[in-house]
Design a protein around this ligand. Sequence first.
Ligand SMILES: Cc1cc2nc3c(=O)[nH]c(=O)nc-3n(C[C@H](O)[C@H](O)[C@H](O)COP(=O)(O)OP(=O)(O)OC[C@H]3O[C@@H](n4cnc5c(N)ncnc54)[C@H](O)[C@@H]3O)c2cc1C
Length: 406
Amino acid sequence: MAKILVVGGSLGGLFVGNLLHCAGHEVHILEKVLGSLDGRGAGIVTHPSLMQALSLVGITLDDNIGVPVQGRVTLDAQGNTIAQMHLPQVLTSWSRLYHLLKEKFPASRYHGGKALHRLEQDATHVTAYCEDGTQFTGDLLIASDGLRSAVRAILCPKAVPEYAGYVAWRGVCDEHLLSQHTLNTLFEYFSFGLPEGEQILGYPVAGLNNNITPGNRRYNFVWYHQAPADNALRDLLTDADGNYFPQGIAPVKVSYKHIAHIRERARKTLAPQWAEVLEKTGMVFFQPIYDVYSEKIAFEKIALMGDASFVARPHVGMGVSKAAEDAMSICNYIEQLGASPEAILAYQDDRLRIGQRVIARAQYLGQYMSAQGQEELKKDLQGIAKRVMAETAVDITTLLQSQDPI
Ligand SMILES: Cc1cc2nc3c(=O)[nH]c(=O)nc-3n(C[C@H](O)[C@H](O)[C@H](O)COP(=O)(O)OP(=O)(O)OC[C@H]3O[C@@H](n4cnc5c(N)ncnc54)[C@H](O)[C@@H]3O)c2cc1C
């Protein structure tokens, strides 16, 4: 059995770490952050591959995994339902998945406070050097260190995040705070709104302590909003004291002025139900939307996976599922070919094209907010609403494996 290093101890790292551990390997996860990562992320749309990976890790898939919804609705600016579709789905949360996966992984092999900053590999081993002066040596290294992957920056510095020109305002609102009208018309659904040049969607997720009982859940929203890179984005990434955070601003640092502005815009441009959700959400924050495109994800004894390999705009709703699929693919090839460069290369052959297609699909879905999408929207709001609902955050496994245009 091999000794395998995993850089990054978030969902992707925990998926691959657990799967390799289950297969009998000695796995060490090196995570930059010391302590729990909980509190990050919000809602996650589940897909069959995510459920498959959880089950392979030995996690029981019972009703507690998330909140089920039966269908989707789109509301117009007045709050009327203009389109509906039946699509049962289970919505879970980042925190729920993190706890389930973290509890399964041996605590003694999860090393917090280990920020990788240098790598070396030779014919037999790969060594990770951390900023605190420690080093770890293994037979393989799997990089699951996210959007701003240090491993990607070392191995292929040209593959950098490209800003998509818009941000996602996000938050979760406690169910018990909402009016009965909003609970009836919005909360029980995967809901959409299509204001000009923008898009909002939301769905119910577990509440505090992963409580999924009615009255104790939360509504997770994602509101895509244009923010040109040169001025608007810079302004958003600047806190109320004038400090600029070009790499991303922590939710607690987002200026109260921007939050006030976005709530005001919600009242003016969104359905009243969405405006209520925005008003009653304690912490409203945003994330700039990026694409990361890779030409290569195998480097001898090192593989990139999850957001370290590709970042697709969240319209596809499959960042976590893709990380789970990457993890299953890596484990599969290590089982077949041993902990070897051949296994890493076979993983690349399996996942590179799929990652590239996911990016293309997410860019296509992002076009609903562009001028072209908006022209169509004005002519046929209901038709576009139906298409957006049918294409956003759905299982696209068959499409990805086909030769059809994405
Ligand atoms: C608005 C929005 C909505 C989204 N909605 C969905 C959704 O509905 N469904 C879905 O599946 N996905 C969604 N995603 C995407 C999802 O959040 C990510 O794709 C997923 O979390 C990828 O996980 P990861 O483990 O690859 O990376 P990350 O979760 O980013 O983890 C990387 C880890 O590496 C650590 N790290 C970084 N640098 C180092 C270093 N040098 N040394 C050691 N450790 C390091 C970090 O601390 C972190 O813990 C959404 C994303 C956004 C922005």
